[in-house]
Design a protein around this ligand. Structure first.
Ligand SMILES: Nc1ncnc2c1ncn2[C@@H]1O[C@H](COP(=O)(O)OP(=O)(O)O)[C@@H](O)[C@H]1O
Ligand SMILES: [Mg+2]
Length: 422
């Protein structure tokens, strides 16, 4: 199973490129689903037909859906939300304010993630292509599992068992609503869902993110930032698609200045994103609508040759650099994160009491749950080496030994244990 996600600024061509990739995948015989998570859906326009919020068949092997952000949110979040609502009202909040507060930032994104995960787990598809929302919203979507984990830990800092034991005593002392079993069940379901989803999208062997841009300075800048943040969250980016490049054959004087500017910006794109492969797509003489145009676009991106598992196959891994890895170096362990394009002084690091490494870049923050092996060790320092941030953990004075098993990424284990029945 492959998941391909296209992201970039509004209007750069994400929907067209997702649709073109989907057409090619279906042609190669992959059972393909193309899903749009942008509330401003235009997948239907690309295929020149109505698509809507249910999965519809568009061609042999090809299905499409424009996900409705709010429709499924209630199913998973409803129970927890009503408890939070009661808790906030108990704290004296006005009921309307409580209701608003119980909707945590990013919760809307949940339904997109649920749909993607559910389809991925259904076994119905070989390839799922995500036509994502403009950069900011997509990053929010992708950082959501991390944010959710943080919230759940803070809001429900107690174990099910503890609550069961303390309930009679708390009841005597206060009328504060305590979460019941159904809340714990519901959270456990949510946690397990988010865990599966986070595992799927951050597994570079299955999921690849692709940055779409145009050769315009502002667009390149935004794409650079997106690339940094995708790396920050440990997602694997395997290609850049540079869309709307003026064809070389264009020989109208009027466009000379534009063409020169584009040539310069193309150079900038190469400087910024190497060693990622960069695919150039020409500006066509008309809008990209309907399957014949999408096929022409697929030819431009992936080449006209079509070999399943080979040339022209959009499911290839075009680049396989590792966003995040742990290795031993002398007496130290190194947690190495790929964070290209960041000004060094922008990165702030600290360690939280929850055995997390908190990395802050500008307005974005990531809580990296340290592998248990590393959580036991002292941080000895951090250093930028090329495009990677290396964080060193000392084993010199440590009386503990670290096993291979303990160095595996750990994102959700603690939380899952907390919500298990006993
Ligand atoms: N290479 C191209 N040549 C001509 N028109 C294009 C090209 N790429 C995209 N378009 C057109 O530009 C508009 C915006 O593209 P779209 O794929 O919807 O962008 P996004 O999803 O990033 O907002 C659409 O009308 C699309 O048909
Ligand atoms: Mg779009």
């Amino acid at each position: 199973m492959r998941v391909l996600l296209y992201t970039g600024k509004g209007g750069v061509g994400k929907t067209s490129i997702s649709a073109a990739s989907a057409v090619r995948c279906a042609e190669l015989g992959y059972r393909t689903a193309v899903l749009s998570t942008d509330p401003a859906h235009s997948l239907g326009d690309s295929f020149d037909r109505r698509i809507g919020s249910n999965l519809v068949e568009l061609a042999p092997n090809l299905w499409g859906q424009e996900i409705d952000l709010l429709s499924q949110m209630d199913q998973y979040w409803g129970t927890v939300q009503s408890y939070l609502n009661a808790l906030f009202m108990w704290q004296g909040m006005d009921s309307l304010v409580a209701e608003e507060t119980a909707v945590l930032p990013g919760m809307e994104e949940l339904s997109s993630l649920m749909q993607i995960t559910a389809l991925a787990e259904s076994g119905r598809f070989d390839v799922i292509i995500i036509d994502a929302a403009p950069t900011g919203s997509t990053l929010q979507l992708l950082s959501f599992p991390d944010i959710a984990r943080w919230y759940i830990e803070k809001i429900f800092p107690f174990h099910r068992k503890t609550v069961q034991l303390a309930r009679p005593m708390v009841k005597r002392m206060t009328d504060m609503p305590l979460p019941g079993d159904e809340i714990f069940d519901s959270i456990q379901e949510l946690v397990s869902f988010l865990e599966r989803m986070s595992r799927l999208l951050s597994d570079g062997t299955q999921s690849s993110m692709r940055v779409v841009l145009n050769p315009e300075k502002m667009v390149v800048k935004e794409a650079q930032r997106a690339y940094t943040y995708l790396n920050l969250y440990g997602y694997s980016v395997d290609a850049v698609i540079c869309n709307r490049v003026f064809p070389r054959s264009l020989s109208d004087n009027y466009f000379d200045i534009w063409k020169n500017a584009q040539a310069q910006n193309l150079e900038l794109v190469h400087e910024c994103f190497q060693p990622l492969p960069i695919f150039e797509v020409p500006l066509f003489e008309q809008e990209v609508m309907g399957i014949p145009m999408l096929t022409a676009m697929a030819n431009a991106i992936f080449g006209a040759e079509k070999v399943r598992g080979g040339a022209g196959d959009p499911t290839q891994h075009f680049y396989t650099g590792k966003p995040q890895e742990v290795f031993k170096q002398g007496s130290q362990y190194v947690l190495s994160l790929s964070l290209p394009l960041v000004e060094r002084n922008e990165v702030q690091l600290h360690r939280s009491v929850y055995d997390e490494l908190v990395i802050r870049i500008g307005n974005w923050k990531r809580n990296v749950a340290l592998p248990t092996g590393l959580a036991k060790l002292e941080i000895a320092g951090a250093k930028y080496v090329d495009d990677r941030l290396n964080v060193f953990f000392d084993t010199k004075d440590a009386t503990v030994t670290v096993s291979e098993e303990e160095l595996k990424p750990r994102r959700w284990e603690n939380l899952k244990a907390r919500f298990r029945r006993n």
